[in-house]
Design a binder for this molecule. Structure first.
Ligand code: ATP
Length: 861
């Protein structure tokens, strides 16, 4: 007999648990026995395999050829140096890959879902990996099912199990035992890991975890996020391949020139060609992007933003519209009841008097029509509801009357489309929600202990008060009830209600919201508030934080519905507040902006927000109040639910992009100068300026450090003031290419000057001087490449200084320690005055580039 054939009581017995849940000692025991609830993702590659994979790189293949050619031509020292360098490079590559993997893993850990379980009779929130067999899990709309389980309680419980069954519609779930054998899709009293709760509430007992769950059996469905490359990484990979092919063609041409026209020895000519290949192939490009992206995601975690997909960092920099929820994101979500309205009069909460029947019903409803948990030590749930429990705790009557009524039977859960929720007890139906929605369903009003018909005047008075509250930015909830015999509820029960009163709650804006909105404006980003709250409340809060300015429009969901796409497009730029919207409206707003080629970040917390989060360019979920479904759909999670965190992340995203661009410009301009030098000298039939070892030393050792330092650049206010980047703007656009070309040319000129001076003594000194000047110029260029601004405009970047000191130290070591000269093909006749010339030439290129920066800055001023 399968578990779905058994009654809930028998299931509990079989699993040796109870409705109270397991005790903590038992949980520990079972976790030792069954392990944690973790999926074995496809086995990670071992470090050795990663190490071997480094040899697949095109550059490494070229280098192995170089080592071979050197060995054939008897240059064994060069061969040895090249091989050592390749090995060091492979080790570094392995370490980098492992580090990036670790940081991705820690990010994934941070976004582990949470579940509510009953343990020792108390509800606790635990991370899903702690779930064990026999645990009783409580779920509500918006939760993701963890572990497989048998349902014990279900109130309008609907679950979307499309990931498992392929059925896209949510399935109605129930408690009753099923007869006979059933396929997965028909096991209606079971829940399966990865299911999305789309409606209702329920409880289930866990009978399978981790790889024993149905989804665990289909292990291939679990994609390994760390393997995916970002668009930028992909386009750089493509660029590298194209560049490498062009370089190979140039190398072949140079080889022909040298052999056919200059009648050089084939081996020597091959060595030159290989040197050119080594100089030009931008091997560090891909790894720089990976390093910078993983450093920046770690940094963002410190700023409370968890990036779930690396490519989100890139899109973040392009964000031009931020659509944000109000409650909890722009406001503090610390609800406090400020005013109560009952018996058609408003008063402070302190004046609540449970001996008045109307007050009494209102207080009772605060307690019953509520899903939050309010205990001395823990307050779990929607802050709006916690505030109502607090109100009851302060002023409610706590005698046995309530115990009878506390037996809640059925519930129509709150959903942000209906903006209401209802429950029934043994005798009554209680409904609470947005006042305008509620009044539509009321026919009576309770005044003290008398119910009487709700007149037009009554309605007007209530709506007037509602508006007055809203103008003060207060969040208003209305309460109504009616007598009803106990039975399962459906939407049609919410009619002919008796209006009881209203409660107005204060949710002050977050202090940092105003600043963040101001920053958005400076950065050319339009902040938009989208809320389910009343239009006047929304507008009042939006005005306080600067989102709503004079001339702006506050559009209501109902108005939006009446507009066609064209009409919406016309008003779009003016609307800064959308009020009383349902989640479906959000997707229209996102699409409308996207049609205008804007990049939209959209926040969401509810289960119905998932489509809009997916549609937006950056879906932002709330870490604290967000449902697991929304977190699943988002590409970024805010650990503090704070609007200003989005703005910070956008600025960081811009900065990361600028840093990557600068690092790439740095690497390519350096490579370009080396190519120019090799091509130039070979066209003039001059001795080659660099050996393969020289270029290896520069490319793999002294170049990477400044590039990483550029990637760590903090970013200036300048970044904030720029307009958002267009998403189709290529990182290697004409402007960048021009910069790479001009700066490469300047470095080339100074390298050739040093080469020329060296050539007066010997070819070997010329080569040493060219190499050392190129190396030092590129190290200095590491400072210039930090930004488009001249250096004196920037603050100190300690990493750049360190990179320079290490690089220059290594260079001086091989220049000045005679024992190393053989290894690095340094001329024996190098004198101190030659070193002076090298320093002057390198400084010359640096000063020239800085002068250009100053001129550019003056022009743009
Ligand atoms: P945002 O979308 O910015 O988070 P919001 O939280 O005000 O705004 P909803 O949660 O959709 O949006 O709430 C819309 C309305 O529904 C509120 O103005 C309130 O009147 C009502 N409401 C909110 N929470 C509850 C609840 N728990 N029970 C009943 N009604 C509620």
């Amino acid at each position: 007999m399968s578990i779905y054939n058994q009654n809930p009581e028998d299931v509990l017995k079989t699993l040796d648990t109870s409705l109270e849940g397991l005790s903590h000692e038992e949980v520990k025991k079972r976790q030792d026995q069954y392990g944690l609830n973790l999926m074995n993702q496809s086995k990670p590659k071992s470090p050795f395999i990663i190490f071997l994979e480094q040899y697949k790189d095109l550059l490494v293949i070229v280098l192995i050829c170089a080592a071979l050619i050197s060995a054939i031509s008897g240059e064994y020292v060069s061969t040895a140096v090249i091989l050592v360098v390749i090995t060091i490079n492979a080790i570094l590559g392995t370490v980098q890959t492992l580090k990036a993997r670790k940081s991705l893993e820690s990010l994934q850990k941070l976004s582990t879902p949470h579940v509510k379980v009953l343990r020792g009779g108390q509800v606790e929130e635990i991370s899903s990996d702690q779930l064990t067999i026999g645990d009783i899990v409580c779920v509500e709309a918006g939760d993701v099912i963890e572990g497989d389980g048998r349902i014990l309680e279900a109130a309008n419980l609907q679950i979307n199990e499309s990931a498992l069954t392929g059925e896209s519609l949510p399935q109605e779930k129930s408690v009753a035992a099923l007869q006979g054998e059933k396929p997965l899709a028909d096991q209606t009293n079971m829940v399966f890991s990865s299911g999305l709760v789309t409606n209702g509430t329920g409880k289930y007992v866990v009978n399978a975890i981790a790889m024993d769950t149905q989804i665990g059996h289909i292990a291939t469905m679990i994609e390994n996020a760390s393997e995916r490359k970002t668009p930028l990484q992909k386009s750089l990979d493509e660029f590298s391949v194209k560049l490498t092919i062009s370089i190979c063609v140039i190398c072949a041409i140079i080889l022909c020139i040298n052999v056919v026209f200059a009648h050089e020895d084939l081996l020597d000519a091959l060595l030159i060609a290989v040197a050119l290949a080594v100089a030009a192939i931008p091997e560090a490009l891909g790894s720089i992007v990976t390093i910078v992206l993983s450093i920046s995601t770690q940094k963002m975690v410190k700023e409370n933003a968890i990036i779930k997909q690396l490519n989100a960092v890139e899109s973040l920099g392009c964000v031009s519209i931020i659509c944000s929820d109000k409650t909890g994101t722009l406001t503090q979500n610390k609800m406090k009841v400020m005013d109560v309205f009952a018996n058609q009069v408003a008063f402070a909460p302190e004046a609540l008097d449970a001996s008045d029947h109307c007050h009494d019903v209102l207080l009772k409803e605060c307690l019953l029509c509520n899903n939050a948990i309010y205990r001395e030590d823990s307050k779990i749930g929607d802050p709006t509801e916690i505030a109502l429990l607090e109100l009851f705790d302060n002023y409610g009557k706590k005698d046995d009357d309530y115990v009878v009524e506390t037996e809640r039977l059925y519930e129509i859960p709150f959903d942000s489309t209906r903006k209401m929720m209802s429950i029934n007890s043994k005798f009554h139906l209680y409904t609470k929600g947005a006042v305008d929605e509620l009044l539509k369903r009321c026919t009576q009003i309770l005044i003290h202990d008398q119910k009487r018909p709700l007149t037009k005047e009554d309605k007007e008075k209530i709506l007037l008060k509602n508006e007055e509250y809203a103008k003060k930015g207060l969040r208003v909830l209305g309460f109504a009830y009616k007598n009803m015999e106990p039975r399962e509820l459906d939407y049609s029960d919410e009619k002919e209600l008796c209006f009881v009163g209203m409660v107005a709650q204060m949710d002050p804006p977050r202090e940092e919201s105003k600043d963040a909105v101001e920053k958005c404006r400076i950065a050319g980003i339009k902040p938009i508030m989208i809320t389910g709250d009343h239009a006047i409340t929304a507008q009042s809060i939006a005005q306080q934080i600067g989102i709503f300015k004079e001339g702006d429009i506050c559009l209501e969901g109902a108005q939006l519905e009446k507009m066609d796409d064209e009409e919406l497009d016309q008003v779009l730029p003016k609307v800064s507040v959308y009020a009383r919207v349902a989640p479906e409206h959000k997707i229209r707003i996102v699409k409308a902006w996207q049609k205008r080629k804007e990049i939209v970040a959209m926040t969401g917390d509810g289960v119905n927000d998932a489509p809009a989060l997916k549609q937006s360019d950056i879906g932002v979920a709330m870490g604290i109040t967000g449902t697991e479904v929304s977190k699943d759909a988002a590409s970024m999670i805010l650990m503090d639910d704070n609007f200003s965190t989005i703005v910070k992340a956008v600025i960081t995203g811009r900065n990361v992009y600028a840093n990557i661009k600068n690092a790439i410009t740095y690497l390519l301009s350096g490579n370009f100068s080396a190519i120019l030098a090799v091509v130039f000298t070979s066209i003039l039939f001059l001795p080659t300026p660099f050996t393969a070892v020289h270029l290896l030393f520069i490319n793999l050792i002294t170049d990477s450090l400044p590039a990483i330092a550029i990637g760590m650049e903090k970013g200036t206010d300048d970044i904030l003031r720029q307009k958002p980047r267009k998403s189709d703007d290529s990182i290697l656009n004409r402007k960048t290419m021009l910069k790479i070309g001009s700066e490469g040319l300047i470095i080339f000129v100074f390298v050739m000057a040093a080469y020329y001076l060296g050539l007066q003594s010997s070819a070997s000194l010329a080569s040493t001087m060219a190499f050392a000047t190129l190396c030092l110029s590129r190290l200095l260029h590491g400072f210039s490449s930090r930004s488009d601004l001249p250096l004196f405009k920037l603050s100190v970047n300690i990493y750049s200084c360190l990179a320079f000191v290490i690089g220059a130290g290594l260079l001086m070591l091989i220049l000045l320690v005679p024992g190393l000269h053989g290894l690095f093909t340094i001329a024996q006749d190098l004198t101190l005055s030659d070193v002076g010339i090298i320093v002057l030439c390198a400084l010359g290129s640096f000063i020239c580039i800085q002068i250009i920066r100053v001129i550019k800055m003056k022009i743009s001023d």
